[in-house]
Design a protein around this ligand. Structure first.
Ligand code: GDP
Ligand code: MG
Length: 387
């Protein structure tokens, strides 16, 4: 019997993922700072795509370049060559920024707005220069006027002592800055023996998440790669919401049966989690994930014997009669599937697992083990509650 078409389900998931990304509002980040302070390095290490190397740059003004990537809901306004030397350059840069900010405000369209500005200062320069102070004052007083949060990023902060000094120097000016964040975007070789480890991008990410408007937080969590906790939090919320719907409607994949069904709720759950993590997952990967978790008709890895051994882990499975299952079973299976998938995405994020490893025999085995573990955890919790 083969009435479960894995390919069709996978197609549906892929469509949903594309839709999730298309529906996300584009996040617009402006990055200011003198040439060589480390803007490009910062941008490339913060986001899932290497925007500063490979994005398409379109000149907005003489100083400002807008970088985008196809099908990626992020726009970076980079200022590759500012020097802040002469009055004239300064005025023209500020005019350019003001024009972009006002355009967004006037349009009333969230996708046109500049959502955040990073002003980068390099810590090893040891100086918060007059010209910079002047520039920042103008930026706040006459250019962004409270419309856009400005975060000061202290780049190349391999010396935390120097970063502290720089920070207190900036604080003296009492500028309406959202936050000052010291970072080292990439490991730094101090000499042959000492390497300063990269740090601070997770903090910058957290600060960003608080600073940007509510409407683009979802986008930010998806496009950033510096803070795993932000992604996990959002992914768990997707699972919890799906489990509630699943419990309410009794909608659940029926596991280990001839007709393992993945209902629309679970399809959008998997798509939603994928969007939160924001890296490309291919069709073959989903086939592998589905066949090693909920199982499919005639699935090679999940033979009947294994299936009958597994089924006892499903809470309330006794009530599976003719495809009707209890609310608790529906939600347990949904949670187990969702949480397993989050763990897989986490491993990919941490570099412990490659997406391509998932469709191997070993990958499938490990996913199955994870799924069973999730079901067991749920069963133990249920027991505690009923005791
Ligand atoms: N090791 C290390 N090098 C950095 C870091 N940030 C910037 N750099 C280096 O500083 C130089 C200028 O950086 P870049 O990102 O091109 O500056 P931009 O002109 O502001 O875009 C490059 O050689 C970078 O490799 C960092 O966090 N760690
Ligand atoms: Mg650059």
């Amino acid at each position: 019997m083969d009435n479960f078409d894995l390919n069709k389900v996978v197609e549906k998931i892929m469509d949903r993922i594309q839709k999730e990304f298309k529906e996300m509002d584009t996040l617009n980040v402006m990055v200011l700072g003198k040439t060589g302070v480390g803007k490009s390095t910062l941008i490339n290490n913060m986001f899932n795509e290497r925007m500063a190397d490979t994005g398409i740059g379109k000149p907005v003004t003489k100083e400002i370049k807008k970088i985008t990537k196809p099908d990626f809901p992020l726009a970076i306004y980079d200022t590759p060559g500012i020097e802040l030397g002469g009055e004239k350059d300064l005025a023209s840069l500020l005019d350019g920024i003001k024009a972009e900010v006002s355009k967004g405000v006037k349009s009333g369209d969230i996708e046109q707005a500049i959502h955040c500005i990073w002003y980068c200062i390099s810590t090893p320069s040891h100086r918060f220069e007059e010209a910079e102070i002047k520039f920042l004052k103008e930026l706040f007083d006459r250019t962004v006027e409270g419309e856009v949060p400005v975060i000061i990023v202290l780049t190349k902060s391999y010396s935390k002592v120097d970063a502290e000094k720089m920070m207190s120097e900036i604080e003296k000016e009492n500028l309406p800055i959202a936050k000052i964040v010291p970072v080292l975007a990439e490991d730094y070789d101090i000499d042959e023996e000492y390497v300063a480890k990269a740090y601070g991008l997770d903090v910058l990410s957290e600060v960003m998440n608080n600073a940007v408007p509510e409407a683009v937080k979802k986008t930010f969590v998806a496009v950033q790669k510096a803070n795993l906790e932000l992604k996990k939090k959002r992914a768990h919320a997707v699972v919890a919401a799906t489990a509630l719907t699943a419990a309410a409607t009794g909608a659940a994949p029926i596991p280990f049966s001839d007709a393992a069904l993945l209902v629309p709720e679970q399809i959008s759950m998997l798509a939603g989690i994928t969007a939160v993590f924001g890296f490309p997952v291919e069709k073959g990967t989903f086939s592998a994930i589905l066949s090693s978790t909920i199982g499919t008709a005639g699935a090679t890895v999940l033979g009947r014997t294994i299936a009958s051994n597994l089924i006892k882990f499903v809470p309330g499975v006794g009530s599976v009669v003719g495809g009707i299952i209890s609310a608790s079973t529906a939600s347990a299976l949904t949670i187990a599937l969702g949480e397993t998938y989050i763990k897989i995405m986490e491993k990919v994020y941490e570099g412990e697992l490659k997406v391509s490893d998932l469709s191997t025999k070993k990958g499938k085995k490990s996913m199955k083990a994870m799924f069973v573990k999730e079901l067991k955890v749920k069963r133990e919790k249920d027991k505690e509650v009923s005791e």
